[in-house]
Design a protein around this ligand. Sequence first.
Ligand SMILES: [Zn+2]
Length: 95
Amino acid sequence: MDTSGGTPGRGDDGAGRPGPAPGAGPGSPEPEVLCSRRGCRAPATWVLVWNNPRIHTVDRRKTWVACDEHRDYLADFLGVRGFLLETVPFAEFGG
Ligand SMILES: [Zn+2]
């Protein structure tokens, strides 16, 4: 019997590569902040800083938070009333 040319297993056991443990993951340490738009459950990614000079002193700063989808809506709402001071990314908003 001629058995030359055979290629037995090459050592590749197909174990795959290391990866994250299934089903486990570090939970977010902070509760998620949701968009201020009524009925929206999306996480906030923007902070809109505003002030209504009729009812707030000028140094008072109110904030709304918005998801990507509603940032324009809320900014527009405040903007047309002249209340909007600035829009900053949520991650850059120090509080
Ligand atoms: Zn939203």
